[in-house]
Design a protein around this ligand. Structure first.
Ligand SMILES: NC(=O)c1ccc[n+]([C@@H]2O[C@H](COP(=O)([O-])OP(=O)(O)OC[C@H]3O[C@@H](n4cnc5c(N)ncnc54)[C@H](OP(=O)(O)O)[C@@H]3O)[C@@H](O)[C@H]2O)c1
Length: 257
């Protein structure tokens, strides 16, 4: 990964921050996108202090108009190439679908689906022209089942997983690797931001990031970190959906039980 240009979206927290740091430690030139300037500066300071790679913070809200085009152009204008582009930024909502604001539902589609779709389009075309590169899209184990009381979030991740797996086959003959990652619960601020207490089976972001880096090296199509979660995704939808419903009701802040 030395001197590779690695782009990580949502690098100010959780999995994105861990990936940005791991790639920087490996000597990559990391473009770390987020929308929290303080956290981006802290990331840059961390890399400067330890002398790891080159951390390039980019402050951008992915909800802004033409965010994918502007982001992609910024990277191409500055480095002329992209070796690894990781669409990691995303957020969820736990609660009744009908109780969630329509604005939040639309924003979830914009960040979790539209940005991933548009960035993948621009980056894949560039990589195909150059016959090299890797796109990693972070989905979720939620992609495999319907998610009562997290309906919109699970559906956005089902989109990401299906779209990314299809793109894997389309891009492979062009020398471009596309990989979907489906983590189960991770120990990050994600759950609390989404409106639920943390999950007892949460994995560390280090474990998930290591599985991603390994998957990139081995050119895998899908990575599902953790044996427990690899077994969980095989549970039939009809059995899993009521289990997920029960779990969300138990952990959510918003649902009247
Ligand atoms: N944690 C889990 O249990 C879990 C499980 C499966 C899959 N995932 C997926 O893994 C990925 C990383 O999640 P995480 O657990 O690391 O969550 P996290 O700690 O909340 O980090 C999410 C990152 O995405 C950024 N982001 C969200 N909306 C954005 C926007 N509009 N513009 C720019 N950046 C935005 C966040 O920035 P702000 O801090 O500024 O919002 C943050 O940097 C997500 O795609 C998530 O869906 C998470």
């Amino acid at each position: 990964m030395k001197e590779k240009i690695v782009v990580v979206t949502g690098a100010t927290s959780g999995l994105g921050e861990t990936l940005a740091k791991m790639y920087a430690k490996g000597g990559a030139i990391v473009v770390a996108q987020g929308r929290n300037e303080k956290k981006l500066s802290a990331l840059k300071k961390w890399s400067d202090d330890y002398g790891y790679g080159l951390m390039n913070p980019l402050c951008l809200d992915l909800l802004e108009k033409n965010a994918a085009e502007r982001f992609y152009q910024y990277v191409i204008n500055k480095w002329n190439t992209i070796d690894i582009w990781i669409n990691n930024a995303g957020f969820g909502y736990v609660g009744a679908y009908t109780a969630c604001s329509l604005e939040l539902i639309q924003e979830m589609s914009q960040v979790n689906i539209d940005f991933v779709n548009q960035a993948s389009y621009l980056v894949a075309n560039d990589m195909i022209r150059k016959h090299s590169g890797t796109i990693v899209n972070i989905a979720s184990t939620g992609a495999y089942h319907p998610g009562p009381f997290t309906a919109q979030y699970y559906a956005t991740k089902a989109y990401v997983a299906s779209f990314t797996e299809a793109l894997y086959y389309e891009c492979k003959p062009h020398g471009v690797h596309v990989m979907s990652v489906c983590p189960g619960a991770m120990d990050t601020p994600f759950s609390r931001k989404a409106g639920r207490r943390d999950n007892a089976f949460a994995m560390s972001t280090q474990k998930v990031a290591r599985a991603i880096i390994h998957g990139v090296e081995k050119k895998k199509s899908i990575v599902v970190p953790g044996l427990f979660y690899r077994m969980f995704i095989r549970i039939p939808r009809k059995i899993a959906a009521p289990l997920i419903e029960k779990q969300q009701k138990k952990l959510a802040f918003h649902i009247d039980n």
